[in-house]
Ligand binder design. Structure first.
Ligand code: FAD
Length: 406
């Protein structure tokens, strides 16, 4: 008799585990999801180009997982970035490495990958059960709600791959937290990660610039500096380099409240050069046109400077002050955007609740994987790689542990 494996959660983590566990036809695999279709967040990630992984060396790659780097080492050794790229190719989508080292499928989409992934699962006899909402255990049996029915499922092995809490309408809303805590499984506080932050813009600025990118700036916070771009929104800032700082910024806001970042609006020019250019005769040009002509500052960057005009009295004659502000523009971030709007979440099932195979210590034969665990990583392909590799790692552990039973 084949062992029965129940996978709950049809995101990239659960899909990878289902693929490996069903590959050699040694297990009877069923994949449940509460939504009518699988992989909804994966599809959404595809709308932004689907940055599936990053091509940098393993050491640099692992650094991105911060305190959890050691945990991800065996996971990546088992299913590396190269293996993920080959897997995409096997699904019919070649990948390519962009100029930043980020890896994307050629179509920049998730839908072709997902379509072929689900087809393979079907061909490998995975039983697919959408519209099944897992609500807990009863005498070690799994309980699902489907429509108005409540069903119990007997299983030998369970994998929970229920995701983090961002974009809850796509399926992962953290309803699992209460269920696990009731079963004495420790879950740390869930917080927004790779998120934007609220800024009190003036009405004039937000009406004019919401949705605009602020390009080619350098953001510094504490001892970290990154050049790049981000988006101005009506409520604040998001995307790009803001995400790279979001974990640090969130930490600082948790500690001290509103936190200030510093922007260099002209990182390729020294302050002396800026002063020199600003001292050129303005003739009849307004200060904004002078900034545009002499420094080639973007409309948004000039808009930011004009935000200060009333507050700090940018005086046309105070060139050295203006040059200093261009190199050290301060923005105060009040708090992170809500979890609903972020790319991912930090926090989740604590690693002391699982063994080295990712099996829950309090629930024998129940494994966990993916974003529902207590780790975080920046955008850049680190999230999908971690989830997919984690799904592969757990699947291999289950295969190895049950080698003699099948
Ligand atoms: C807008 C956006 C863009 C992104 N872009 C990228 C990117 O380019 N690169 C990158 O690396 N990462 C990206 N991510 C992050 C990435 O999509 C997630 O980290 C990844 O999908 C998490 O995978 P997962 O399988 O752990 O969870 P999920 O993908 O969230 O899947 C979990 C599944 O579990 C199901 N589920 C939850 N609870 C239950 C329950 N009680 N019963 C039954 N089913 C349940 C859900 O319906 C869901 O289908 C992006 C995220 C967002 C929101």
């Amino acid at each position: 008799m084949k062992s029965k494996v129940t996978i709950i959660g049809g995101g990239p983590t659960g899909l990878m585990a289902a693929y490996l566990l069903s590959k050699k036809n040694k297990f009877s695999v069923t994949l449940y999801d509460r939504k009518p279709t699988f992989g909804r967040k994966f599809l959404l990630a595809g709308r932004g180009g689907l940055n599936i992984t990053h091509s940098e060396c393993k050491e640099k790659f692992l650094e991105k997982y911060g305190n959890s780097a050691k945990i991800f080492e065996p996971i990546l050794n088992n299913f590396s970035q190269k293996k993920l790229m080959s897997f995409c190719e096997m699904l019919g989508e070649k990948t390519f490495i962009g100029s930043s080292g980020r890896v994307f499928p050629k179509s920049f989409k998730a839908s072709p990958l997902l379509r072929s992934w689900l087809l393979i699962l079907k061909n490998q006899d995975v039983s697919m059960k959408p519209n099944h909402d897992w609500v807990g255990w009863e005498d070690n049996k799994l309980i699902f709600k489907t429509g108005i029915k409540r069903i119990t499922v007997d299983t030998d092995i369970t994998l929970l791959a229920l995701g983090g809490l961002s974009w809850p309408k796509l399926g992962s809303d953290g309803s699992w937290i209460k269920i696990l805590r009731r079963n004495n499984i420790e879950v740390s506080k869930i917080q927004p990660a790779n998120c934007g932050f609220f800024v009190k813009w003036s009405n004039i600025f937000k009406n004019r610039f919401a949705g605009f990118p602020l390009k080619a700036v350098e953001l510094s916070f504490k001892n970290k500096k990154i050049k790049g771009e981000f988006i101005i929104t009506k409520d604040g800032v998001e995307g790009g380099i803001i995400y790279s700082f979001s974990s640090m910024l969130r930490g600082s806001i948790n500690e001290i409240g509103a936190t200030t970042i510093t922007l260099d609006l002209k990182p390729d020019f020294s302050i002396e050069k800026i002063k020199e250019l600003l001292l050129k005769p303005r003739l009849k040009l307004t200060i904004t046109n002078h900034l545009r002509k002499t420094l080639k500052l973007s409309e948004v960057a000039i808009g930011l400077l004009m935000e200060l005009k009333n507050k700090e009295g940018i005086n046309n004659d105070q060139i050295s002050n203006l040059a200093y502000i261009i190199k050290n523009y301060k923005i105060t971030l009040d708090k992170p955007f809500s979890i609903d709007r972020c790319i991912s979440t930090s926090g989740g099932i604590k690693f002391n609740s699982i063994n080295k195979d990712f099996m829950l210590i309090n629930k024998p034969n129940t494994y966990v994987a993916g974003e529902m665990l207590d780790w975080e990583a920046p955008t850049g392909g680190y999230l999908l790689q971690a989830c997919i590799s984690n799904g592969a790692f757990v699947a291999n552990n289950i295969i190895n542990k049950n080698r003699h039973n099948n």
